[in-house]
Design a binder for this molecule. Structure first.
Ligand code: UDP
Ligand code: MG
Length: 156
């Protein structure tokens, strides 16, 4: 068990479908701490870096076109094992296969329009947070509810 930070991007379809508030609310209620948040526009060069593992795929041109087509909401969440917890809250890449109760499972019907990005490992999370946030854009603060979200031996 370790305190981790992970990066989330809400994609242009989340804005068009008015899902931004609902999705933030789900993470808040889960007990994750918001340590940074901003809207941004992803440039094509940043897309090629962010989706570097996919640039040779046939769907990449469409992915880049879509992810650069409108606003994104970027935020960083903190919690025990946050990377895995957030991926489980998000659901699998193909939203049609995503479990009901997950964000993709509840709100999306697509792989290419799957509403949300979340870092897939701690190593990726560190790189992705640094890609979108300066140090001074991340906040250190005490969450008063921490005592109710975690037991004594889970807080470190
Ligand atoms: N994607 C796509 N078609 C595919 C696979 C992926 O359009 O066949 C898009 C999809 O939006 C996905 C993103 O590329 O969220 C990144 O793919 P990855 O495999 O990293 O999935 P994720 O980590 O987002 O679940
Ligand atoms: Mg991924």
């Amino acid at each position: 068990m370790a305190m981790e930070r992970t990066l989330i991007l809400l994609k242009p379809d989340a804005f068009q479908r008015a899902l931004i508030g609902e999705i933030i609310s789900r993470f808040e209620r889960k007990g994750l701490k918001i340590v940074g948040m901003k809207m941004l526009h992803m440039a094509p060069a940043v897309s090629k870096e962010h989706y570097g593992h996919l640039t040779s795929k046939p769907f990449y041109p469409g992915l880049e076109k879509f992810i650069t087509s409108g606003p994104l909401l970027a935020f960083v969440l903190e919690g025990q094992e946050a990377v895995e917890v957030v991926r489980n809250v998000v659901g699998v890449t193909n939203s049609r296969k995503a479990t009901a109760g997950t964000i993709r499972g509840d709100f999306s019907m697509s792989t290419g329009r799957n509403t949300i990005h979340a870092s897939d490992s701690l190593d990726t999370a560190k790189k992705e947070i640094a890609r979108f946030f300066k140090k001074e854009e991340l906040f250190e603060y005490k969450l008063e509810l921490w005592d109710y979200i975690y037991a004594e031996d889970e807080k470190a």
